[in-house]
Design a protein around this ligand. Structure first.
Ligand SMILES: *Cc1c(COP(=O)(O)O)cnc(C)c1O
Length: 423
């Protein structure tokens, strides 16, 4: 089929879509609302409500504290084991705990403490700011061996500075940590290539998979990645503020110590020993009591992705982001929109950022009068997230045609330049 900017072409693509039925497994409260923000907060799987009802009524209400021995206690590794299958990792290499920021802190500091003779962390300026703040905090507490951060700038604000990162790796580098898929432009690093280069320099690598898990193929084991963290509330559809996951390659697990050494990581914790003696496996990176209800909410979304298969999800993601890119070229580029994402689908995740001088006000018009929910990232990015399990081609087409209406009729002019708290 050859590309056409007509809606009939979008409908034809939807009819041929083998994943189309998965949309009916999500709550679509308002069919007219086009949701392109699944990369910030995934939609609610219908099964999640039922699953939580059982967890509340039967497990908490009925079984009370007995539920800890009937499944709650092992929930972090049981759900971690399922997430591992989406990431090309072994089930005992992933656990669910805390937030992405906290997990990054634990793993980054553990990696530095394991290599006191090395003093440098390498990252880039496309990384998520919280990751950079956490690294600054990590350096602040790593007093035994003062560490500094080298933030390598992207050449264009879109693509990762791959060559400069590899060049910066030396025998003083303890850790290379990057967002695998970066949050603004959607650029995606070659995990295997960066990891191999870091290993040649004797450094460890910590990947933030927040925008990759559930949207692109990730193969931590074949890349021989050391460490990883990531969100479950984005493409995994785990719900607002759902706990995050962390991955530690098997051979590292006994060599790394959790700097947030709480009782959930303690061996035989109910012996209530006064001294910390961590568990042997991945559980040693747990800290406090897991948030059971939020943890339980993650499972149905992960199950949907396992059922669909990451290959099929990624194939559709590439088709849809390519479709969006071609529509941009045909319909939106003449209206002053530019592409703030890589052109090559091999180099990006599942969202496309479009820039425009009037990006902020156009984004306001989209939300307030066009029934399209994207999100906005400074200074001018309208970020359009594609979640292949529920985004349709026709939704992509409609969003583009509404963007065209807003600019061609200058509907954005009545909106203010003032920014809100959550964008
Ligand atoms: C979304 C995101 C986070 C969020 O971290 P929280 O601790 O859940 O707030 C962190 N890092 C990256 C790269 C992200 O995309």
């Amino acid at each position: 089929m050859t590309f056409s900017p007509e809606v009939t072409y979008a409908r034809q693509l939807d009819r041929q879509d083998t994943l189309a039925d998965f949309r009916s497994r999500f709550m679509i409260d308002d069919p007219d609302l086009i949701y392109l923000d699944g990369n910030s907060l995934g939609r609610l799987p219908l099964a999640t409500g039922r699953h939580l009802q059982t967890a509340v009524d039967e497990e908490w209400g009925g079984r009370l504290i007995r539920s800890w021995n009937e499944g709650w206690f092992t929930l972090p590794e049981r759900i971690g084991g399922k997430i591992a299958r989406l990431l090309g990792a072994q089930p005992d290499e992933v656990v669910v705990a805390d937030s992405t920021s906290v997990n990054l802190f634990k793993l980054a500091l553990a990696a530095l403490q394991a290599q006191p003779h090395r003093h440098k962390i390498i990252t880039d300026d496309l990384n998520f700011p919280s990751d950079l703040y956490i690294l600054q905090g990590v350096c602040g507490v790593n007093g035994r061996s003062p560490t500094h951060i080298q933030i390598i700038p992207s050449p264009d604000g879109i693509h990762g500075p791959v060559d400069a990162i590899i060049e910066a790796m030396d025998n003083d580098t303890a850790l290379v940590t990057l967002s695998h898929t970066v949050f603004k432009s959607g650029y995606r690093y070659d995990m295997a290539a960066i990891t191999a280069a870091a290993h040649r320099a004797g450094a460890m690598v910590l990947w933030d998979l927040s925008h990759s898990a559930g949207s692109v193929p990730v193969d931590l084991n074949s890349a021989n990645a050391d460490l990883a963290v990531g969100c479950t509330y984005k493409y995994l559809n785990g719900g607002p503020g759902a706990p995050a996951f962390l991955y530690i390659r098997r051979d590292w697990q006994k060599k790394l110590t959790n700097p947030l050494s709480g009782w959930m990581g303690q061996r035989n914790l109910f012996d209530f020993d006064l001294d910390y003696a961590p568990e042997v496996g991945i559980r040693r990176f747990l800290t406090g009591t897991p948030p059971v209800l939020s943890l339980a909410a993650i499972e149905p979304g992960v199950d949907l992705l396992l059922e669909a298969g990451m290959d099929a999800v990624h194939t559709k993601s590439v088709r849809q982001t390519e479709y969006l890119r071609r529509l941009w070229q045909a319909v939106l580029a003449p209206q002053g929109f530019y592409l703030n994402s890589p052109r090559d689908p091999e180099q990006r995740g599942s969202h496309i950022s479009l820039g425009h001088e009037e990006g902020w006000r156009i984004n306001q018009a989209l939300i307030q009068e066009m029934q399209v929910l994207p999100d906005f990232r400074q200074p001018d990015n309208i970020r359009l997230g594609i979640a292949p399990l529920y985004t349709t081609y026709e939704e992509v087409w409609t969003a583009v045609s509404r963007l065209h209406t807003i600019t061609s009729q200058r509907l954005y002019e009545k909106y203010s330049h003032t920014r809100q708290t959550v964008t």
